[in-house]
Write a new protein. Structure first.
Lengths: 305, 258
């Protein structure tokens, strides 16, 4: 089996997720080649062929141009699987490639079982195993699902690729969300509010518990999207990744994106009315309770310690 | 200006899911259904764009599925869409993203929509493929995962959400397709008068067989409930006891309570 891995490069940096693809290829037992729109200054550590396009020319985000480059490499390499990270780059580019070549695509692979690919459904409450019906296929791999046992190592054989193609999209630039005054990554205790708080007024309950414990309060995506607090408090793959000594998740069901941002916390407590919420799998302690009633009681206990 | 928004009806994700008799999807018994959350942002953006253009704009919403998906269509009509298209299909849950995209593209291909909006993914299947595939089939550019959208004289400036708080700013000319991320806008609540008005709006039904001409690219072997990996303690009971127990555990296992 032959896999063509599509690495990621952003703001002049090779992304670590590229090595997760290498780990996935090993799991498949596949011979791997790598495709990257990047730079010679940031060559991935990897033994095998590297097809390298220059990001200065092809752009860091220019999906139609990247697609064109990739199709040429696929024609040459004839892989059984073209593998992307399930990320803003991968889920954008993968279907373009699948569509152009009429290949089956399986998204967000978390495991391989007997040649079928396992993917999550319904906020990871369910899983499906899926088999492509086309001879070769396109895959996207969930962030963090596969990782190398050791440090990345090796030296690839580099073959440069380029194209004069232009895309319909014009990449204007990056925009960084202002971090503002709070730095959650420095907090030892984070008490986070999820959708379960129900209304913005209840955020105060969470903030008070955080204060009583000498920590900061954070939030899951729906709370930030609703405008109930600032983005700089958002924990998750599109917000901040944190690893405090104690993480208290209040009314957070535990989407994959949220878990990615907090599962490295030393000790995790979840307060949730739903005993089956995915957060329960990662929690050291799951308190089955309505946070609106439980959090004030806990805050009083903390104050009296 | 002609606008299309594609929406899906999904179960409430807080539900307790069971695998169905076929073993390849969840059972749809005892579930509460709602519009896919990502699609609510797609509808809202489409309605805002329509409002920006007044009477010259026309917004169609499309949904594929059984009779019950009309509820989601009615919600979109109440939010401001002009017409609903129900692609009637009791077997839509068996179709893969490629088939679903083909159905949408078959409907849209001769209607020259200027803008197409979809959610960036569905909450149940979550493939994040359908929008991009539809754009490919229609031969128009796709911009995915948008969290900001501004239309000015045929050119759209959109912001894509990347990882770790980063966004990329992208410009594209219509016609184009956008897949919408959570937080793109604030979806409106339909008002009672608008719900009443929506009842009088056009809701067309198209049989799926008229649009479905391709075969699935993948086959689902099985759906299953993952084994729980919980090594954690589950605490239940009276609130005051619960709090005492939790404090005891935190004192024992962590160093944060001084």
């Amino acid at each position: 089996m032959k896999a063509l891995l599509v690495g990621e490069y952003r703001e002049g940096r090779l992304l670590g997720s590229t090595y997760e693809l290498v780990a996935f290829a090993r799991k498949l037992g596949a011979e791997a080649a790598l495709f990257l729109v990047g730079s010679e200054a940031q060559i991935p550590l990897f033994n095998g062929k590297l097809y390298l396009a220059d990001a200065a020319q092809a752009g860091e985000y220019n999906p139609e141009v990247h697609q064109k480059l990739l199709l040429e490499v696929i024609a040459k390499e004839k892989p059984d699987a073209v593998v992307f990270s399930h990320s803003s780059y991968g889920w954008d580019l993968a279907p373009r490639v699948a569509s152009a070549l009429k290949l089956a695509q399986v998204s967000e692979v978390v495991g391989v079982e007997g040649g079928a690919f396992v993917v999550p459904s319904c906020n990871a409450k369910l899983r499906r195993s899926i088999r492509p019906k086309t001879a070769s296929c396109v895959l996207t791999v969930q962030a963090g699902a596969f990782s190398l046992a050791g440090e990345p190592a090796g030296t690839p054989v580099v073959e440069k690729v380029q194209t004069d193609a232009k895309g319909a999209l014009e990449f204007v630039g990056y925009e960084v969300t202002e971090k503002g005054g709070v730095d959650l990554t420095k907090a030892e205790v984070i008490v986070s509010a999820g959708r379960g708080i129900g209304k913005p007024e209840n955020l105060e309950l969470i903030a008070q518990l955080a204060k009583a414990m000498g920590g900061e309060f954070g939030a899951s995506r729906p709370v930030v999207d609703s405008g109930w607090t600032e983005h700089n408090r958002q924990v998750g793959s599109t917000g901040q990744s944190v690893a405090p000594k104690l993480y208290l998740a209040c009314g957070i069901s535990g989407s994959i994106q949220h878990l990615a941002g907090m599962k490295k916390s030393e000790f995790i407590v979840a307060i949730n009315t739903d005993k089956d919420a995915p957060i329960g799998e990662f929690a050291d302690v799951l308190v089955v309770a309505d946070l609106k009633q439980f959090v004030p009681v806990l805050t009083e206990k903390m104050k009296s310690l | 200006m002609k606008i299309l928004a594609c929406i899906k009806q999904v179960p409430d994700m807080e539900s307790k899911f069971k695998v169905n008799a076929e073993g390849v999807w969840y059972s749809d018994a005892d579930l509460a259904w709602r519009m896919n959350e990502y699609d609510e942002y797609a509808v809202e953006q489409a309605v805002q764009l329509k409002e920006q253009h007044g009477d010259s704009a026309d917004l169609t919403v499309l949904s594929i599925g059984s009779e019950r998906v009309k509820e989601a269509l009615r919600k979109a009509l109440a939010a401001g869409a002009d017409r609903g298209v129900h692609v009637k299909d009791d077997g839509s849950h068996r179709k893969d993203p490629y088939e679903i995209a083909s159905i949408i593209a078959a409907f849209a291909k001769d209607k020259s929509f200027d803008l197409v909006f979809t959610g960036m993914q569905s909450q149940d299947r979550g493939s994040a493929q359908v929008g991009v595939l539809v754009a490919g089939m229609l031969g128009i550019p796709a911009v995915t995962t948008i969290v900001d959208f501004a239309f000015d004289q045929g050119t759209i400036t959109a912001k894509r959400e990347l990882e770790g708080g980063l966004k990329s700013v992208v410009k594209v000319k219509a016609p184009a397709l956008f897949t919408c991320q959570l937080g793109l806008n604030i979806p409106r609540y339909p008002t009672l008068p608008n719900i009443m008005k929506a009842k009088k709006k056009e809701l067309l039904t198209v049989e799926v067989a008229e649009l479905h001409k391709v075969e699935a690219a993948v086959s689902v072997e099985k759906m299953f409930v993952p084994e729980k990996q919980t090594g954690g303690v589950v605490l239940e009971g009276e609130l005051n006891d619960l709090a005492d127990k939790l404090v005891r555990i935190l004192k024992e296992k962590t160093t944060v309570l001084k």
